[in-house]
Design a protein around this ligand. Structure first.
Ligand code: ZN
Length: 138
């Protein structure tokens, strides 16, 4: 007797993995749109073309400028830049004898109190001038 080779009957059931737990479509995060801000009106003086530089409010961390008494040296002083005349305190970036300094004049009524910084080379004093304008030095 010949026994026919029995074929192993393997079940070839194809089971497709069922996609499950298909993530729900993410709700598109709503873009937070800033409401149109009505721009705060700047004070008229800031827009006036007749105004000069206004020094920024003093920053919490700032360099303290050492203000010296006005030496009233009789050398030739050229004012390179100055802050706006509308304030009671005026700062002037001055050039004299190859050096620069800042002069501060505080007006109180008719009186004027003037002080000056030490005199430094142009680059250093221009840096201090910028800090003064930005409120980083006073
Ligand atoms: Zn002004």
């Amino acid at each position: 007797m010949i026994t026919g080779g029995a074929r192993p009957s393997g079940e070839q059931g194809r089971s497709r993995p069922v996609p499950r737990g298909a993530s729900a479509p993410r709700s598109a995060s709503a873009k937070v749109r800033g409401s149109a801000k009505t721009r705060a009106r700047r004070p008229a003086e800031a827009e006036s073309p007749y105004h000069g530089i206004h020094v920024a409010p003093l920053q919490p961390e700032h360099v303290k400028i050492r203000w010296l008494k006005d030496t009233r040296r009789c050398d030739h002083v050229r004012v390179r830049r100055h802050t706006c005349d509308c304030k009671s305190t005026i700062y002037e970036l001055c050039h004299a004898g190859g050096l620069m300094f800042i002069r501060r004049t505080i007006r109180e009524g008719d009186a004027q109190i003037a002080h000056e910084t030490e005199r430094l080379i142009t680059a250093r004093m221009e840096d201090l001038w910028m800090r003064l304008i930005l409120g980083q030095a006073r």
